[in-house]
Write a protein that binds this ligand. Structure first.
Ligand SMILES: [Cu+2]
Length: 151
């Protein structure tokens, strides 16, 4: 190797390192936005919640989904088979939780409140069938959400 080539290599490495430093700094400055899936999705003690291989929260024990004026929160909850989920109406609209698909509700038979409740009212359903269950507020069918049931 001649000296000129060594110099070129040294400069190239130096420029590369500098660029990497700048890039790294920019990345670090980006605000971190917590994703909905990594946020706690269930009200319960920490020992009641586990984590799947993919890092998603799996809720067990007592799980509460809040129905708000902007829909069900959280919009998607992953629970273990046998978990009872309580849907609570925190909105100004009446709530009638029902399995998809509106208006027949045949996706998960039995998962249907069969009546509507006003603000403060609740509906509980125990999920025993594994799957991704789409549901909605029968009073406002555009408010769709999901309960994911795992083994
Ligand atoms: Cu419906």
């Amino acid at each position: 190797m001649n000296k000129a080539l060594v110099a070129v290599v040294v400069i190239a490495v130096g420029v590369g390192a500098g660029w990497y430093y700048v890039k790294g700094t920019n990345t670090a400055r980006k605000p971190s936005v917590p994703s909905a899936q990594t946020m706690p999705t269930a009200q319960g003690t920490p020992d009641q919640a586990g984590t799947t291989a993919s890092g998603n929260m799996v809720a067990e024990g007592t799980v509460v989904v809040s129905y708000t004026d902007t829909g069900f929160r959280p919009e998607r909850v992953t629970v273990k088979k046998g978990t009872a989920v309580t849907f609570r109406n925190d909105s100004a609209t009446n709530m009638w939780v029902a399995s998809g698909v509106h208006p027949t509700h045949k996706l998960l038979p039995g998962f249907d409140e069969l009546q509507s409740v006003a603000k403060g009212g609740t509906y509980a359903y125990t999920f025993v069938k594994v799957g991704t269950w789409q549901y909605h507020n029968h009073i406002k069918p555009t408010d769709v959400a999901y309960i994911v049931v795992v083994e």
